[in-house]
Every structure is written in C-alpha cells, then in structure tokens.
Design a protein around this ligand. Structure first.
Ligand code: OX2
Length: 829
C-alpha cells in the first residue's frame, strides 16, 4: 500500500486538485507553461513536436483533477468493476479524442490561433499507438471508451509494446514491413510508474512439502524474473467528467547490466540479460486471427496477466478486503484466449500465496472470469504444447492438470465413461500434448460469449457443443459495437453536425436516437444536404490520399471500399475477381467503356509477415491496379487505389467517404466484423454475405438497403459435405473463366505466368474459402449496385436509412449487454 504524507497542513495541500480555467486565456497560459517548463523551450524556438507535446500536456492538465478523483473514488467505493484483460488495444490518435471528451476542441483551437499555431499541423505530429492487429484490438479500444462514458468502474490492462503493428510499405507492389517506432519522439499520453513495478517470475521447478498434519503444499521455485512497469493512460468519458485508466505493462530487466562482465570488455554479454527481459514487451505479434505458438508470445501473455492480477489484488482492493468476496468486487474479462493463462495464475495466487483451499479458490475463480471468443477458425484457437508451457510456467501446468482432472471427473459423473466425449472435452489434447486455451477459458469462465448472433450460435453448436450441453446457460451472445465518438463525431464532423441539426444533441451517447433520421430520409432537402456531406468527405479523403500517397481520387466515382486485414477467409480475392471481370469486359470489347458505372476501388490491408498467400494477394491487387489504372481503354472509369499502411487514422478518413462497404467473407467465417458497422453508421451501403454481424445489419436496415449475395452457412456446409470442386465452377461460368485466365496469362505480371500461378492454382484446386462458388452471385449483385447508384437520390435515401437504423451498433449497447448478461457491474453515478 502507498504511504501518504502524515500531516499536511497547508490549505493548498488539503484542497482538491483543480483544473485550469476552461477559457482561451486559461488554455494559452497552461499551454505556454507546459512548453516552457515541461519542454524547456520558448514558443519562438519550439519545434512542431514541442508544440504538440505541450498541447497534449495541456489537455491532460484539464483531465487530471477528474482522473485523480475517479481513482480515489473507485478505491473508496470498492464497487464491483471490470478488469478488461486484452493483449491488444488499437487506440488510434488520442489528441482529438481527448479534446472532444473534455469539451475543449474549440477552446484549444482558438488558443492555438492566438499563439499563431496551426492546430492541424500539431494533429499530424501524433503517431497513433498501433498496439493491436485489427478488429479484436480496436474492439478493446471502443470498449474502454464506452466503459468510461457510461461510468462503469473498470480498468483496462494490456501490454505497452515498444513496437506496435508494423508499418506497411510497398516495393514493386509487394508488402515490406518496417518497424513501428511509435515512441521515438516520446508519448505525451502515458504516465510511467517505475516505483510500482511488479516482479514477474518464470521457469524453474516446483517443490512439494508435507507438514506434520500431512497437508501437502507446493512451492514454485522460479528460474528467472523480469520487472513489469506500469504505464497509465487516461481514458476520458465523453462529456461526463469521468476519466478511467488503461494500464499497460512494460518489461524491464531488474539489473541493467553486469558491471563485472562489462569491465572485462564483453559488452554484448554484459547486456544480454537486459535485452532478454526487455524483449518481452518489445513487439506486437503481427498475426491476426492465426496465432503462432511462439514461446515469447506465451511470455508476453503471462507477463501482462500476472502483473495485472497482482496489481488488482495488491493495489485496487482495500487493505482489509476479504478474498472470499472477490466475485462481488471484480470480473476479469478475457479478450479471446490471449490472457487465459490468468486462470491458473489466479488459482496459484489464491492457493499458493494466499493459503486458500483449492475448492474455495476454484469456486471464486469460476465466478471472477468470463471469456469472449472472437473466432471460429480452428487454426485460430490457441493451444500451447505442454513441454513449452511446463518449462516456462511449471506450477501453472500442474494447476491446469488438476483443473482438467477434476473437470473430467465431473464429466464422467454426468455422462459415464464416454471416452470419446472425455477425449473431446479434455483441456489437454494429445499428439502433441497441448493445452487448449479456449477449453480452459470455457471451464473457468462464468460466461462465454461470441461476438455476433450467428457466431455465438455456431460457437455453441459447432465448436463447443459438449460444453454447451454440460454447462447450460453458460453461453451467451454480445454483439460487437463501435464507439460513435471516434467513428462518427470525430471521423465525420459533417454528418455529426447534420444529425445534431436534425435531432438535437444527445445521440452521441444514445445512438438509438438515430432512428429519428428515418423521417428525414423522406425529406428532399435533407437528402441534398446529406449527399453534400458525402461529397465533402470524398474531397477530404482525396486531399489525404494526394498528400499521403500521391493518388488522385475522382470524386464523381462510386467509392467501393474494402479495408480490413488481408486474410483468405475475408476474400479480398473475390473483390479482385470482380475488378478483373469488369476490366476484361472492357478490353475484350464486349463491354462499352462508356457504359460502365465509374468506380474507384479502395483497398487497405496488412498481411501477417509470414502469411505467403496473403502477401501474394497484396501483390496481385497492386499489379491489377497498375495495369487497370494505366490502360487508356478503360477511360479512367475503373480505378484501383491501395494506400499502404491502413490504420485507424486512415480509417477515419476512408470510412466517411465510402459509398459501398465490402463485407464478403465466406459465411460462417467472420465472427462479427466491426468495420461493417462503422461503414453503415457513416452511410455506406453494404454488399455482404450472410455472415457475422452482417446478418444483424441487414435485419435492421432492411433488404432494400443492403446488397446480399452468396451461400448461407448451412449451404456452405452442404457444399463441403457433397465435395467442393472449385474447377467445376470455373468450367461453368465463362466470366469467371475469362477473369482467372487473364490473371494466369501474365497480363498483370508483364507476361510472366509464374508470378501469380500459386494464386490461380490455389483457387482452382483448393479454394478453402469458396471464392469460386460465390463468384456468380457476387457479380450479379454488383450489377444491382451499379444500377442502384444510377439513381443518386434513391441511393442517398437508402444511405440515410442505413445511418438511421444502425444505432444498435454503438459499443455503449455492447457494454450494456455485457453488464446485463455477464458482468453485473452497474454504473456508479
Ligand atoms: C476478430 C474477428 O476476426 C472479427 O470478426 C471480430 O469482429 C473482431 O475480432 C472483434 O470481435 N482475432 N481477431 C478477431 O478474432 C481473433 C481471434
């Protein structure tokens, strides 16, 4: 516990911390103070980074009083709260978000003008913290925003990676990864607390001792340790005066280097231990939805959850807290399997360190954890070989074995000696012996949830049916959501202004109010204004892409956007076949160029560095783009733009400008999707399969305002069962044949047929994600898109209805569902 000064008597020391005056003068004064006293520079000699830093510090200063107050209050009230455990937080830039939350946007802008500073230039200084791969990490960021906005007692725990998701560049159309050195110029938003470091142990062995009463205790004798240093980030609620905390851990060696070895001249050896320890939080693993079983990754996982649990038990609980009451005080939400090693860690702490009986500890554990699953892909379900886990965390492996043993005993009691069932449900799988982390989480968790209706249903019926039968009521759904603060208010101020004009303020925290726009969809004047906003957003995007990538965007085109990680199941390849089909039609002379609806296709996608097929598809997109864009026969009516390094910052510009949102995964493969929600909320129409949250989007916006195509999940299953032969689809559809043949001919690789041969043969002879089976229905639906876009006014009406009917997808609603169905942590007012 912290020690406090015993006898402060000065009135200032006793008064609560005060925020600076929220006026332009107050802001200027605070800004200059920060520039001078924190950065140590005069305004006249400051660099843009100095000014950005001082601006960020100033925003912090306004939030500080509330933050300190909220921390004190959370400790005082000891109300039940959420510990959100996530290996990823894809935060995006902080400056505008925090200005908005604190109602400081206008004051800050005016203050900067008064100092002769262009605030836009300072915005550009911020490097976004890319501490996540994609949807899963961005969801965590939306959730902490909603938790703060809804005044839910909570803390987010994660890892402060020194290098986030790699920076993507293209060399000759191929992805090349650069390290994301986001901390080079310092981050003004973090508060390091080295004095609060935790020791995290690894390796070694366990020892058993039996006392006179015959009671056996196990002690873990670890082999090595590192320090976990917390870095705190403010998470301000929107306009509610709350500031929650995100606590990210950094790994540091306890001994910087060995002076004796250093003095003997072996510099590398002298710092070896330090390098080893600090590797743990060095870099984010860039795999999305397909984890690699790397030892360092398990080290990262254990590192951050062990530090978080210790932090919670030692620093968040009141000194006299009775651990028996933990379920009334905390719920640890496991964001996918990455933090699941927290389960045996929690048991270890309760039993080995706090001396609790196993059964009592297990009963508490089963109430204090809940697990969110984000996938159905079998290859994405994490498993850890027992020899690796046992080497790194020997005590934890023993605990997992015991949990499994007792669990399987219960299964036997219920179902008898059904060996097949036992084997299927065991937390340990054989050949090679491994721990199934999703099973461990399911056994330990009070609740297990999927992230969209369809996904939750398939999770119960297909992935974990035995567990659903064994634990009635354990499985539930919470459909994902996105924060309207960042993805409407900040990303689309034009639309936000229009909505406020129509409906009044209040929708930002009560997004179902967007329903009120339905009536406005019938108002021709409103439609004109709405269309103007879309146009203006295209202009903004056009400026961004020109500046960033030298691209020219034709604002009259239908803007057709597919932005998400590159994964075969998401089927960027299907989008590409559509583009090649359109192109082939023109150059073969079968289609008159002038009859083609002008379209610009925008891609954004990073591929995992080790995912060869994904990288080939990126290469092919760029190759098709450079041929199509330069072919005069196309008359500029088809354009393919692939800005590299798609990230949150770019998403905020692309999404508000889009007309058409591509959500075209094979049915049953995309757990939810969240990009789909962001597009619909910004008025793009979706072309999509019956997959993930698309299902719920379509139900809400109505069939007339959604372009549905492709097989349903049961149809996919049936086709697999019957035996899927992609070549048959190739033979049967002449358009498909021409598109694939054109790629195979080397038309996009200077005549070299070998370059994209692996892509072509993968489609023809394997095609795990049934691109060819859905091709014809996709092409037919795209023709309907073209026709619909021809009637601009009708399109705008459908677009308004998309906005009006998708308020359900606010992450505030997701959090409300978590509270009602899983957490039972009411807001504190
Ligand atoms: C992603 C899922 O692929 C995506 O469908 C979902 O919207 C997102 O998580 C948030 O729930 N890694 N990333 C995901 O799943 C895994 C595993």
């Amino acid at each position: 516990q912290e020690s406090t000064p015993a006898a402060a008597s000065h009135p200032l020391a006793l008064a609560p911390v005060a925020a600076p005056p929220a006026s332009v003068d107050g802001f200027v004064r605070e800004f200059l103070r920060n520039l001078n006293f924190e950065r140590g520079v005069a305004l006249s000699s400051s660099a843009p980074n100095d000014r950005y830093m001082a601006l960020a510090y100033t925003v912090r200063d306004y939030l500080m009083a509330r933050w300190l107050e909220d921390q004190a209050r959370q400790r005082e009230l000891q109300a039940k709260g959420v510990c959100y455990l996530s290996a990823e937080y894809l935060l995006g830039r902080q400056l505008d978000n925090n200005l908005l939350a604190a109602r400081l946007t206008e004051v800050a802008t005016e203050a900067m003008v008064a100092c002769g500073i262009d605030i836009d230039e300072l915005r550009q200084q911020e490097v976004e913290p890319g501490l996540g791969n994609g949807g899963l990490g961005r969801l965590a960021a939306c959730f902490i925003d909603s938790l703060a906005t809804m005044s839910v007692p909570s803390i987010g725990y994660g890892i402060r990676y020194e290098y986030g998701i790699f920076r993507q560049t293209f060399v000759d159309g191929q992805q090349v990864e650069q390290p994301d050195a986001w901390l080079t110029l310092g981050s003004p938003w973090e508060f390091p607390h080295p004095e609060a470091a935790q020791k995290i142990f690894f390796g070694g062995h366990t020892e058993k001792t039996t006392d006179e009463q015959g009671v056996e205790t196990t002690t873990w004798v670890p082999g090595w340790h590192v320090l976990a240093v917390p870095y705190n980030y403010m998470v301000p609620g929107y306009h509610n005066g709350r500031v929650n905390t995100l606590r990210l851990w950094r790994a540091v060696a306890s001994n910087a280097f060995d002076l004796r070895i250093f003095n003997s001249g072996d510099y590398e050896e002298a710092v070896r231990a330090q390098t080893f320890a600090e590797n743990i939080s060095k870099v984010l693993y860039p795999e999305d939805s397909t984890p690699q079983g790397k030892e360092l990754r398990l080290q990262q996982q254990y590192f951050f959850v062990a530090a978080s649990i210790a932090d919670f038990l030692d620093h968040q609980l009141s000194a006299d807290f009775d651990l028996e009451n933990l379920p009334e005080r905390v719920i640890f939400q496991l964001n996918d399997t990455h933090p699941v090693i927290a389960v045996p860690e929690f048991m270890r702490v309760l039993v080995d360190e706090r001396g609790m009986e196993w059964d009592a500890a297990w009963a508490i554990t089963q109430k204090c954890f809940a697990y969110t699953c984000h996938t159905l892909l079998p290859e994405a379900l994490e498993v850890w070989p027992v020899d690796l886990l046992g080497r790194l965390l020997p005590r934890h492996l023993e605990i997992i074995y015991r949990i499994n043993e007792e669990f399987l005993l219960e299964v036997r009691e219920r179902f008898g000696d059904d060996e097949l069932r036992i084997r299927n449900m065991s937390i340990i799988s054989e050949n090679p012996r491994s721990v199934r982390m999703a099973y461990l989480a399911t056994v330990a968790g009070a609740k297990v949830n999927g992230v969209a209706e369809l996904h939750s249903q398939l999770l119960r019926e297909k992935v974990l049916p035995d567990f659903d039968e064994f634990y009635p009521g354990k499985f539930t759904n919470v459909t994902n959501g996105v924060t309207p603060r960042r993805f409407v208010r900040l990303a689309n101020p034009g639309l936000a202004g229009l909505i406020t004009e129509a409906l009044g303020a209040g929708w930002t925290v009560d997004l179902e109010r967007l329903r009120g726009l339905e009536a406005f969809a019938e108002d021709p004047e409103f439609r004109v204004k709405f269309a103007e906003v879309k146009r203006a957003n295209k202009r903004i995007l056009s400026d961004v892409l020109r500046e960033r990538d030298g691209f020219v965007l034709n604002e009259d085109h239908l803007l057709d956007v597919m932005v998400k990680r590159l994964h075969e199941y998401k089927r960027q390849m299907l989008k590409l076949l559509h583009i090649v089909t359109e192109y082939e039609g023109i150059v073969s002379g079968r289609v008159e160029a002038s009859s083609v609806q002008p379209r610009t296709f925008i891609f954004g996608a990073k591929a995992a560095p080790g995912y060869a097929m994904a990288k080939r598809i990126i290469h092919l997109i760029n190759a098709v783009g450079s041929v199509v864009n330069d072919d005069p026969r196309v008359e500029g009516r088809l354009k393919v733009l692939f800005p590299p390094n798609y990230n949150v910052t770019l998403a905020e510009r692309v999404i508000p400008a889009a007309d058409l949102s591509e959500q075209i995964s094979l049915a049953g493969k995309e757990a939810s999707g969240t990009g789909n929600m962001k597009f619909a909320l910004n008025g793009a129409l979706t072309i999509g399969t019956d997959d993930g949250a698309n299902v719920e989007i379509r139900e809400l916006v109505g069939d007339d305002n959604f372009f549905l195509f492709g097989m349903t999940e049961p149809e996919v299953e049936a086709l697999w069962a019957k035996g899927y032969k992609p070549a048959e689809f190739y033979q049967a559809d002449s358009g498909l044949r021409r598109a694939i043949d054109l790629i195979a001919s080397g038309a996009f690789s200077d005549g070299d047929r070998s370059v994209f041969e692996p892509v072509v043969s993968n489609l023809l002879y394997d095609d795990r994600f049934m691109v060819l089976a859905d091709y014809s229905s996709y092409i037919a639906e795209q023709a309907k898109v073209d026709a619909a876009y021809g009637d601009q006014d009708a399109w705008t009406r459908a677009s308004i209805l998309n906005v009006a009917r998708t308020g359900f997808f606010s992450s505030d609603r997701s959090i409300r569902d978590y509270i009602d169905r899983i957490w039972h942590t009411p807001p504190i007012l």
